[in-house]
Ligand binder design. Structure first.
Ligand code: PNS
Length: 166
């Protein structure tokens, strides 16, 4: 069985992530969506909350499995005998970081990274942008599924519409 891992912090999952996951399902027997920690980003949702939001939006794909891992991605791959990582590339701004990660992961464990070009509809989209918009009361309904939209509203409730002096 050919498996691939789609890793990310998914804080929270967006339509951009879901597009990559869905497209990966037609190229692999099994797609493991792995929720990992990105140490350079503070998270808004717990790992359990992120998993639940992903699960709700991938339950119609029989070959999608959701998992989490604390540690190196290559260690996850080793432990689960996965040799392929699938990631979305939005723009050239993603490239330097993603190339470095792909090279490190290959050198460390011979794990290949396959990049999928993000759909142009989602090329500007990131979890960070979504959180920023939601924080200030912006409309993110075209960027995230309804359950994520609702979770974001609840999480940021009470933190918006404050004056600059607060
Ligand atoms: O969605 P993100 O935040 O871009 O995902 C980045 C993530 C979580 C895939 C990346 O930070 C990661 O692989 N973290 C696990 C630790 C690791 O293996 N780091 C790379 C080698 S230094």
């Amino acid at each position: 069985m050919k498996s691939a891992v789609c890793p990310g912090s998914f804080d929270p999952v967006t339509y951009g992530h879901l597009d990559i996951i869905e497209r990966a399902t037609s190229h692999f027997d099994q797609v493991i969506v792995a929720v990992l920690e990105n140490r350079s980003k503070a998270s808004l949702f717990t790992v359990e909350e992120r998993i639940s939001m992903i699960r709700e939006n991938t339950k119609h794909f029989p070959n999608v499995v959701i998992d989490s891992w604390y540690g190196l991605l290559v260690e996850y791959c080793r432990a689960n005998k996965v040799t392929t990582i699938v990631k979305g590339l939005r723009a050239v701004t993603d490239f330097d970081y993603e190339l470095q990660m792909a090279q490190i992961n290959f050198q460390a464990a011979k794990v290949e990274t396959m990049f999928m070009a993000t759909s142009p509809t989602h090329s500007f989209l990131s979890s960070s942008i979504v959180k920023e918009l939601a924080h200030f009361g912006g409309d993110v309904s075209t960027m995230v599924p309804p359950n994520v939209d609702e979770a974001l509203r609840k999480r940021v409730a009470g933190t918006t519409n404050r004056s600059a002096g607060d």
